[in-house]
Design a binder for this molecule. Sequence first.
Ligand SMILES: [Zn+2]
Length: 1159
Amino acid sequence: MNPQYLPQQPQQQYGASAGQRFGPPPNAFPPMPHGGARPSPSGTPGGFQLSSGPPAPMGMHPVGLPGPQRMGPSVQGPQPFNSDLPPPSGPVSLGPGMSGAPTSGSHHPGFSGLNMMNGPAGPPSGPPGGPGSQPPPHTMPQQAPVMVPPPTSTPNQLATQLSGMNLSGQAPPPPSIQNSNYPVGPPTKPGLASVPPGAPGANYYHSPGSFPPAINGGPPPPTSSPGQPLQPPGQQQHGAPSRYMNGSMGPPPASGRGPMVGPPQPHMPTQHGIIPPQPGNMSAAHAHMPPPTGMPPSVGGMPQSGAMPPQHGGSSFQPFMQPGPPTGKLYHPSPDMYQPNAGAPPQMQQPSMGVQGPTPNYPPLHQPVGPQQTAHQGMQSQPARRLNPNDMPSPIQVMQDDQSNRSGVFCTNQKGLVPPLVTTNFITQDQGNASPRYIRSSMYNVPATIDIMKQAALPFGIIVSPLARTVGEEYVLPIVNMGEIGPVRCNRCKAYMCPYMQFIDGGRRFHCLFCKATTEVPAEYFQHLDHTGQRVDRFERPELILGSYEFVATKDYCRDNTFPKPPALIFLIDVSYNNIKNGMVRLLCSQMKEILKLLPKDEGAEKSNMRVGFITYNNTVHFYNVKGCLAQPQMMVVGDVQDMFMPLLEGFLCDPMESETVIDSLMEQIPAMFADTRETETILAPAIQAGLEALKASECAGKLLVFHSSLPIAEAPGKLSNRDDRKILGTEKEKAVLTPQVNVYNNLGQECVSAGCSVDLFVFNNSYFDLATIGQVSRLSGGEIYKYTYFQADLDGERLITDIKHDVIRPVAFDAVMRVRTSTGVRATDFYGHFFMSNTKDMELASIDCDKALAIEIKHDDKLTDEDGVYIQVALLYTSCGGQRRIRIINLSLKTCTEMADLYRNCELDTLINFFSKQAVFQLLESSPKAVKENLIKRCAQILATYRKYCSSPSSAGQLILPECMKLLPLYMNNILKSDAISGGSDMTIDDRSFIMQAVTIMDIPSSVVFFYPRLVPLHEIDVDSTELPTAIRCTSEKIRDDGVYLLENGIHMFLWIGLNAGMEWVQNVFGVLSAAQVNIERTSLPELDNPLSVRIRSVIDSIRQQRHRCMRLTLVRQRDKLEMVFKHFLIEDRGLDGSASYVDFLCHMHKEIRNLLS
Ligand SMILES: [Zn+2]
């Protein structure tokens, strides 16, 4: 490990003297792997000395010093307000506007004075120091075109001959992209190999005698052929270390590619009666299991230890890395491929979990109907067969292949390089493009023309998780302190200094690749160029060679041109009857001490600078003074909820360490104080307003954690009426209950975001609480919603506390503004996620944390004239939890293409699915569900039809051919359509539906992958000695055995399904009872038994929980019990109990749609 990275040297200044490098040798920044903290280059060799402005010692920040002096310089002296807390009879109104503590009457003199205080003294709203605007482009000489390594493609396709389902096992003829019919593009690049007939690895459904040329869907791996640079010239300026390139960028070994799906398969399946329904049917009924009582869509995720990233990578590094997605895998036709249940364990034939439910919208494939009869008859000589789901493209297989081929180091030195899947264990080595944990694109080759975009129907979307955790040895972003001059930016488009700026004129000016403008280099930033035309100091400067880094912001980027105070966390606790009765208040208070120990701190800081405050409410609002010098906390009640204000200027926000004893005392008193409450009517908006006013009065940003119980029906602003009418879910009228009934919470949300106040809602409901309305405040303020229906402290308490701790400790940014800049020709146009926009460009986020992602659609303004690519720069201006104002920069460069095949070879399906799901959720609130679903289906068909038309042979009209990168598109698209977020019907509650829609809106890609394809893990044959998670199996009842035990999770729910014939010994070891029938399925955790199997199973559950950011409740499901319906609902490849399409159904339907489009 390079000692320069050791956190023990926090004061070290990097780059402060000429020649000093802040990292390893120039050819190895950042060192990979390395541990320890990231460097903080704050100066520059060759003239620029850090002469002013706060130094940037590693992880320490010039503002936000801990300690009492941070506690509110603007606060007045102590209030004459010394009454003890009231007796436990609840607050009593003292009169209009204010009320004192109940019964004690000890409220008091300071009272009238308090009334005179002005409430909000908040900072002005509006995006502070906003990133500049994007000017019209003007042209400059283009950069040299990027050399593309010739792909060593092998065909990869799934061809399904549905007319008769003639699925046989012959290998396809040599496909050639050069056959492309696509009229626009230039000649296909040489090197796109055609694949010889019978190429190994072919694996697809097709009809004998009509083999399409299989087009390789995967991007080409780079080759090391002479004269072919391993790295695009445009990227070389990033100083990609050749050592790493040589080490990691070599062509993948041939052995890295094996057959992917299914064994060879010569037989023709009997596929009869394929009559897919019309698209409209797709969106028809979507049945739901009755909402499982006690199965709130709740959340998972154990707290990470500290704010450090999970350290689970690095164990499976490979000595090389394959620089492209797996390529060239054909579907091997297999002799037994279409045998019924072929390849499945014998138990599969047990009917216990077989296909069930009503007739699906799509007729079963093996049902002879109509025109397909002929084909069926044609195959009568063969045994009856059906399309075996085992042979359809499998996400499990795709993930395993990617893990095999692309785990290890992912080096970002290539423009347009498709990253490994999110499920793959990889370590990013940033060499000029940001880590795919921060940003992923749906396409890495962007079509040059709008025409191609239209035909392909693929959205150009990016998913940004700007606060994503790093993994393993990935470096924490370096912080660049430019002193008073602040970050160097393009004069015209205001893009920040990055590897895409080209220095010219001896280093005196730089050329911006975003807008093509040229900007003078500030004198302080000047540096000479070397013989290659690059700055000699580039290896000391993260912003010149890295894809992501941070700048320390100057006052220009702060509200009121004043550096911010550290953010605060305010707990708002609903103390009405429900929350007292269910034990939530007592539990929360008892755990507060532990929770407060987890307040986040800046990298390298000794302690958290964040302050905390406490408010309780029912139909009045109660503030607490917890100033450290007090013997007892003090309560101040505001009874006039119509016009909320902040009665306490001092002592409300405090350092939790300094006020530890007072807070302890308060946490003991709150449960007692309200123990006998009979208050069932509660408010909400005024309480949130109170928290907001408290932050404004303290002139800081922050977050409210609101612990709320029920529909706010007390007479107050934000009072809501009960409009619970779940019958209309799933119908064209569902918008009526999925959109807000009043604007109060939207307005409040906007007020919050403009003050940098984020709102997380923890809801403990026993009935309808109108999440669609109150959730707006969280949506607009970058917050999150947690829901614990029928909460019981003894059963759900651990889950709640886990969630709170995770919420508090995770990496978070406050008071943020995010802007996406792009190179000319394309532009960010549509934005999805939890934020607010007051203009068309800036996403305002009162907070954003590591678990949230934003989706942005980028559209073409015009034909891309550049041959050098598409450049994207995401800038997130924010206040760190320590109170430092920073700008996080995330850069990504993509290629442009003129060939349809290049587009399809360089897509990222997981990103696409995340994008589509977020977009669909938004559209549901504006359009009709039918239209939204039809649009998705249409789009899916269009994407595949275009591929079929331009990227495969014209002679194979009857086959379904899927691009390798997107062979799972039909599966995932169907899963979106079937998901509760899109299709949740009247069997779920309206709040559950709203909850899941909001969850999808904020999901990052790892979350959406498992949400739309749940993980199913067999536990009955688990290796007790291993520490790895068991391999997942396909999510279908076909894989379920009734002597098995399975864990299923999707990031929201977690089920443990127990077969009635599960092994006695297994059941005894894990549950401590003699048979599956005796298992108490009411329990939400496994008993802690002292045997290796019990330990192992509980450890598997814990590990899976830790991978998710919400702590999932464990629901036990015994075979044939009532809850099994719920479990089956998540077996996503199967036909839904409501008749929603199975994977097979949908694939067949897609095929028909594609043929319609092509005919
Ligand atoms: Zn520019």
